[in-house]
Design a protein around this ligand. Structure first.
Ligand code: SF4
Length: 368
């Protein structure tokens, strides 16, 4: 795992090159205060930095941006979000995935509002609900210019290439490699001169990874790091970082029951903890690794269920295959849950539920 230390004067030159590049080519993002505005005295809003960081975990910028804009418009401050009902927050989050994050977001907003605002250092931020080491470092660095290095996937790739930090491809090897990458990123933050901001460095490295030092075919010719980059000097930057091989994703099976009634559809709210905790869903069976012998064994009773197809959804640790059944209820039927119009139901559902209900309602027009 070679790590070529960059001499102090070289590191200073590197940081200047990154800063100049960021000023000219940094991305314009709705939660970001660009360097020119920072120079003019505009400070980042820690609430918006936190919101964007939570939304961007496991999600792309194009997918997260409309959600970010909707949250900012509806709940412009952390106090507003803290006062919102869980039903409203979960419905607004539907489609962003990883629903524990929405639950933690809401809980964290209440704690922060109670405390009168966000703490301004990574160690204190880390104590808030749902804020891990990366998010704490990102908020501290971007919102408060603490000299701490957040290491996301983009920064990980840039720094691993800059220093040619490989691994043996095992889990243990990749964990060790990540520790070295984090230490190298922190060296850069520690070496910042007073004239440069830690938040700008973090966001510049994120942008470099997203736009130039891409996973495949990095554009070394226009990279501000090229004269310092060990992977480029070796001639094969694509080979870094050397991550552990991914294990095959197991599959679980279950059934979803889409019950209609005169232009409405039945949804239930799942229990607050566990996967999709607190989210609306159509009634479903439990999910198991073995395909159930009788997929209707847990169907709400008294209805004539038709099998309409299957949807597939990939969670972090497993893929789910749901057999989808559809039935129509009479107007007087009594059953636990909420009857929503098709439009409201689709808007309130997390992605997997939306796929199942859309299929059940026959509104997917052949696309799944
Ligand atoms: S020179 Fe190439 S490999 Fe090195 S950091 Fe820049 S884009 Fe990435």
């Amino acid at each position: 795992m070679p790590r070529q230390p960059i001499p102090a004067n070289g590191l200073k030159k590197l940081l200047t090159a990154v800063d100049c590049w960021y000023r000219r080519h940094g991305r314009n993002l709705p939660w970001r205060i660009g360097p020119a505005d920072r120079d003019a005295g505009r400070a980042p809003d820690p609430y918006l930095v936190w919101l964007s960081e939570v939304m961007l975990q496991q999600t792309t910028i194009p997918h997260a941006t409309p959600y970010f804009e909707a949250f900012r418009k509806r709940w412009p401050t952390v106090q507003n979000l803290a006062s919102a009902s869980w039903e409203d927050v979960s419905a607004a989050w539907a489609g962003l995935g990883y629903y524990t994050r929405a639950r933690n977001l809401h809980t964290c907003a209440k704690v922060v509002a109670e405390q009168g605002g966000f703490p301004q250092d990574a160690a204190s931020l880390r104590a808030l609900p749902g804020i891990g080491p990366y998010t704490a470092a990102a908020i501290a660095s971007i919102a408060f210019d603490e000299r701490i290095a957040p290491v996301d996937g983009n920064i990980e790739r840039v720094v691993s290439r800059l220093h040619a930090i490989g691994s043996d491809g095992t889990e243990a090897g990749w964990r060790a490699s990540k520790r070295v990458i984090s230490a190298c990123a922190q060296d850069m933050a520690d070496a910042l001169p007073n004239s440069q901001r830690a938040g700008d460095l973090a966001q510049a490295l994120m942008d470099l990874g997203a736009t130039i030092c891409t996973p495949r075919n990095p554009n070394c010719l226009i990279c501000p790091l090229s004269e310092f980059c060990e992977a480029r000097a070796q001639g094969d930057p694509d080979r870094y970082p050397v991550k552990a091989e991914k294990k095959a994703t197991p599959t679980r099976h279950g059934s979803a029951f889409v019950l209609g009634r005169g232009g409405q559809v039945l949804l239930i709210r799942r229990p607050p903890s566990g996967l999709l905790g607190g989210m609306m869903m159509p009634p479903t069976s439990g999910w198991s690794e073995a395909k159930p012998d009788d997929p209707l064994s847990e169907a709400p009773g008294g209805f004539a269920w038709d099998h309409v197809g299957e949807v597939r959804h990939v969670f972090t640790h497993f893929a789910l295959k749901l057999a989808v059944y559809r039935a129509e209820a009479g107007s007087r039927v009594k059953i636990e849950g909420e009857w929503l119009t098709h439009e409201d139901a689709l808007a309130a559902l997390p992605t997997v539920g939306r796929k199942a209900v859309a299929l059940g309602l026959g509104s997917m027009k052949g696309k799944r």
